[in-house]
Design a protein around this ligand. Structure first.
Ligand code: SF4
Ligand code: SF4
Length: 109
């Protein structure tokens, strides 16, 4: 059976933190506890200063197994303002990685 994961196209992540809020509310986590954490990267190219945001799932992420069992998308995927998160079987998500750069795949345990 295929494992499931999250694919994030962080080229279009706006850094809005909605995925963090969605995860906290879904799991009723207290402040500071969350299954996903936004990280900001600043770097310079020859032409400009670049800022990227990458939401990074951690060991608290259970892929919203209760929601998924009820036929819903994981909370962060559903509420992502920029629709840059995708949930699915890893072997299908891997194909999405080939389409663009700045995509990452997370496979929680
Ligand atoms: S899939 Fe669910 S548990 Fe995992 S980071 Fe997203 S909201 Fe949190
Ligand atoms: S909700 Fe979507 S756009 Fe907002 S920080 Fe999370 S991944 Fe990025």
């Amino acid at each position: 059976m295929s494992r499931y994961g999250l694919m994030i196209d962080y080229d279009f992540c706006t850094g809005c933190h909605t995925c963090e809020v969605a995860c906290q509310q879904e799991h009723d986590y207290p402040a500071g506890k969350c299954g996903i954490k936004l990280t900001k990267f600043e770097y310079e190219t020859f032409e400009k200063l670049c800022i990227d945001y990458l939401p990074f799932p951690n060991d608290l992420c259970d892929l919203c197994k209760d929601r998924v069992a009820a036929g819903e998308l994981p909370s962060c995927v559903k509420h992502c303002q920029a629709a840059v998160m995708k949930y699915g079987p890893v072997d299908e998500l891997v194909k999405d990685l080939e389409e663009r750069h700045k995509r990452v795949l997370f496979v929680p345990k």
